[in-house]
Design a protein around this ligand. Structure first.
Ligand SMILES: [Zn+2]
Length: 286
């Protein structure tokens, strides 16, 4: 009887220990938090960090990355973050200019360090650089190195893991680049129509030309739309790419007038790799 009682005491003790450990594991306060502006950046950070960090994405899905404002709830998440990785978007500049001084402990890291940015093609965006570097796998390699360099400084105890993850991710990006190249290699029609011109770096990498529907971040005026209809008919382009969170009226009119198909893409998807493959396949199939 005494022995059985003792066994229960011992078992009880062990389950108590286990419960405490479990509690520690589930307590998210023990895992450091870092913030990023858009979901593809979260995909990149998680590739390097594994599950050693939690990543907070500032831009909600289905939002337009160029028309977004900081809300108090976002500020709270930033306050809890060790690092904020920026990617050259307008709303980040507002944060850096106005609110940054309220977060003395928050380390700001430009994820686009060592990347030479392209100018926006249309002449109205004077002195503005094109931020959409995250859609080119080779530029993402530079960003991955930037993430790695930042994380090993902040969390040196994870250096070996981060190095292993970095090497693996760089290899994956090489293979993704080769896959996309071979899909697009023999494409005859190298011009494509897309609502929001976020594909300049992708186009440059794979020798394509994007023709935007949007003008200066807005729906085109009737006159501009008519010009575009003529151009698309002339070039016999049969697919119009549109993005979540952006207006579709002009794109739909264009598709109808030119007997083209609408194809929805998401340049802000966290399922980043598949999204690049999906647009490559769509370009190939058109
Ligand atoms: Zn954009």
């Amino acid at each position: 009887m005494k022995k059985i009682f003792l066994l229960f005491v011992v078992l009880g003790f062990f389950s108590f220990i286990e419960a405490t450990n479990l509690h520690k594991k589930n307590n998210s306060d023990t895992i450091s938090l870092v913030s990023v502006s858009i979901a593809p950046q979260a995909f990149f950070v998680e590739k390097i960090a594994g599950d050693t960090l939690k990543v907070n994405v500032i831009l909600p899905s289905n939002a337009n990355e160029h028309h977004f404002e900081f809300k108090p709830s976002i500020m709270k998440k930033l306050e809890k973050s060790d690092i904020y990785f920026t990617i050259g978007l307008e709303f980040e500049k507002v944060f850096l200019n106005k609110f940054h001084h309220n977060f003395p402990k928050l380390e700001i890291v430009n994820m686009q360090k060592n990347i030479s940015l392209l100018d926006f093609k249309d002449s109205h965006h004077r002195n503005q650089k094109d931020p959409h570097t995250w859609l080119d796998p080779i530029l993402v390699q530079t960003m991955a190195v930037n993430i790695y360099n930042t994380l090993i400084k902040k969390y040196p105890k994870n250096k070996d893991l981060y190095k292993k993850n970095l090497d693996q991710f760089l290899a994956e990006l090489d293979s993704l680049n080769l896959q996309i190249s071979s899909k697009l290699e023999k494409l005859k029609q190298r011009e494509f129509v897309v609502y929001h011109p976020s594909w300049a770096y992708f186009s440059k990498r794979y020798h394509l030309t994007q023709i935007p529907v949007e003008i200066l971040g807005k729906e085109p005026k009737i006159k501009d739309l008519q010009k575009l209809i003529t151009l698309v008919k002339e070039k016999n382009i049969k697919i119009i790419f549109v993005q979540n969170g952006f207006p579709e009226k002009a794109a739909k009119t264009l598709a109808r007038e030119c007997d083209a198909k609408i194809f929805e893409i998401n340049h802000l998807s966290k399922d980043w790799e598949n999204e690049l493959l999906r647009i490559s396949d769509a370009l190939k199939a058109k």
